[in-house]
Design a protein around this ligand. Sequence first.
Ligand code: NAD
Length: 248
Amino acid sequence: MYSDKIKMVSQMILSSRNTWVLTGAGMSTESGIPDFRSPSSGLWEKIDPMEALSSAVLYHNPKKFYKVGYSLLTSMSGFEPNEGHFVLAKLEKLGYINGVITQNIDNLHTRSGSKKVLEVHGNTRTGSCIGCGNKVELQVLTNKIESNEIPPRCERCGRILRPDVVLFGDQLPKEFNEAWEVVNDCQLLIVIGSSLTVTPVSYLPQMAPKVIIINLHSTPYDRYADIVIRGKSGIVLKKILNIIENEV
Ligand code: NAD
């Protein structure tokens, strides 16, 4: 049953001319980064990210944001891409997928070699000033925090520096508009490691003509998907790549 589904997914990828992948935190759990909502291991069990990582806390209680939320963000760096990330980079290189839309902020898709990556929830490479927009490396914020400058301030105008990550309550970046357009035009969307509970990204699967979901647990969109595979992303993707490579 499981291997039949993997064969069917491989065939769908081979016959599609416009395939996009949408990833969530589950894509990176095999790299050692906990997701938010997995039962028992998800970060949600320990901390409420909707509060710690909200724009309301950043603007109204920046000290709290930098003590709790910021450390949560930086705890996602320093990990290596896993097999699943490398398979997606290879599928793009071979021309089987057009690119990746990711909710992840861990930079692992770009680090594994994927070229077209739409980071719809931002990244943990840079930060910017909430006043003048001055962009700096995220390390600048970390250095300031380590020297007890909390909240870290812009060298140019003195306003607060923030990470370029989309916080709960923030508007989405322009990458989300691009994601909306590519999904609207695609033939196939493969959703990997997302609980599909964070809006508006969770609306994307409804727009694609064909949807495959690869996830350890059920999602609210499973019943609309053409195929649902319950499994670990790295293992499932490796099997798909093997079939595709043997078919051509
Ligand atoms: P989520 O935590 O809500 O859901 C993760 C899903 O992945 C769960 O349904 C879980 O069953 C599944 N999963 C876990 N490990 C898996 C694996 N090895 N293979 C397949 N499925 C697996 O994640 P979300 O939907 O991305 O939404 C959470 C938000 O949190 C996003 O906005 C994201 O930016 C952020 N986040 C990012 C990271 C990261 O960058 N690595 C980590 C935690 C949270």
